[in-house]
Design a protein around this ligand. Structure first.
Ligand code: PGA
Length: 240
């Protein structure tokens, strides 16, 4: 199974989300059964997606570290469980701009797993051991890890960023190490993945998928990435 997980980050009004949906629906992309396509828009878009695109698997980009209760501004895993199957946790932007610590990430992962939501836990090149420190092996086993060096993230210039992904050999080396030391079954790559480079990552058997951010904002680019991912999966599994 390969994952293609879009991360909209803090983008799009409801109106903009509606036009993205309309554009994507026009094409009705075929999706190979070995490809899992997930979109993580903002919380405010989730019910729109459920109503307008019920076939698309959804994720959110964060969760409360606590359960329901007196936690103003938070969205809990129990609220989300009927809407999403996945949640991104510990994205480098959250660690950097919102002071998210590994303890908080672990608390959020507990909430997610207790509510049947699979965490997609982001780690980077230099700090991944510490970033996973507060998670026990069982939790890592049930999560998806995302290797994403922050310097590989696209700068948001226009609808599609202009960043450069990390070199494939570096990604492979990091993922081998992470898999070996943590026994994580699923590790994906994130950072400037676009339709023109998605195949490089998906062709590699060690890499279980990709998480494009800015490229997922553009409907035509999203459709192209699905097409490329489908083709790559078919090509790499063909018997000679
Ligand atoms: P990017 O973002 O594809 O825009 O680089 C990926 C991510 O940080 O989620």
């Amino acid at each position: 199974m390969k994952y293609l997980i879009g991360n909209w980050k803090a983008n799009k009004t409801l109106k903009e989300a509606r036009s993205w949906i309309e554009e994507v629906k026009k094409e009705k992309p075929t999706i190979d059964k070995r490809l899992k396509v997930v979109l993580c828009p903002s919380f405010i878009h989730l019910t729109l997606f459920r109503d307008q695109m019920s076939e698309l698997t959804l994720g959110c980009q964060d969760l409360s570290p606590y359960g329901d209760g007196a936690y103003t501004g938070q969205v809990t895993a129990r609220m989300m469980r009927s809407l999403v199957e996945y949640t991104i946790l510990g994205h480098s932007e959250r660690r950097r701009y919102f002071q998210e610590t590994e303890i908080k990430v672990a608390q959020k992962a507990v909430q997610a797993l207790d509510n049947g939501i699979t965490p997609i836990i982001a780690v980077d090149a230099d700090n991944w051991r510490r970033q996973l420190n507060a998670l026990d092996e069982g939790m890592i086993n049930k999560s998806i890890l995302m290797y994403e060096p922050p310097e590989a993230i696209s700068k948001q210039i226009g609808p599609i960023g202009k960043g450069e992904p990390a070199p494939i050999d570096e990604v492979k080396e990091a993922i081998v190490k992470i898999k070996k030391e943590t026994e994580a079954p699923t590790v994906i790559y994130g950072g400037s993945v676009k339709s023109h480079n998605i195949a490089i990552f998906l062709e590699e058997p060690l890499i279980d998928g990709v998480l494009p951010g800015s490229a997922s904002l553009n409907a035509a680019e999203w459709l192209k990435m699905i097409r490329m991912a489908n083709q790559t999966i078919i090509k790499t599994t063909e018997t000679p």
